[in-house]
Write a new protein. Structure first.
Length: 170
């Protein structure tokens, strides 16, 4: 049961509906209440006793940020405060922090003490500023990362299951 409506009638109807919407959403005149006279104001003020604030009560802060336990929310994500482009990558001091291993994507995150963090995408090692690390290649497996360096040095880094394993082996 379709009703055919002429296109011009539809345009006029929509125009009227939009116009009514704008008019009804406009500012409404508020009924103004008469201002009290000066004598009424003085009487009202004299009837209410003045309450002095108590000096012994301290204002309690509504919110206190304890930054010693949480990351600063105003720092950019992935920002490295100790980044140095001259930092030397040392695979002996590297720890694998995470591995993403799937049929499409193989990547890992390395933490090197004294140098910062590195990201491995495929076989390339990339620093936090997105610069490729020359001289090293990596191969990612589900539980380990193998880094081959200059002069055919091979470093095998296994991922730790928990932090307790890390503390126990240190």
């Amino acid at each position: 049961m379709l009703i055919k409506v002429n296109n011009t009638y539809l345009k006029i109807f929509l125009f009227l509906m939009v116009g009514i919407l704008f008019v009804s959403c406009g500012k409404k005149d508020q009924s103004r209440t008469p201002m009290p006279s000066q004598s009424q104001m003085t009487r009202t003020q004299s009837k209410t006793p003045a309450i002095a604030p108590k000096e012994d009560e301290e204002e309690k802060p509504v919110y206190v940020y304890s930054g010693d336990r949480f990351k600063d929310p105003f720092l950019e994500v992935g920002q490295a405060s100790a980044y140095s482009p001259e930092a030397i990558f040392n695979p002996d001091q590297a720890k694998v922090k995470g591995i993403i291993y799937s049929s499409r994507l193989r990547s890992a995150v390395l933490q090197v003490s004294g140098s910062g963090s590195y990201f491995i995408n495929g076989s390339r090692i990339i620093d936090v500023m997105g610069k490729r690390l020359e001289g090293y290649k990596a191969k990612i497996f589900p539980q380990k990362v193998v880094i081959s360096g200059e002069e055919d040095d091979v470093f095998e880094l296994k991922i730790r299951e928990t932090e307790e394993d890390e503390e126990g082996k240190s």
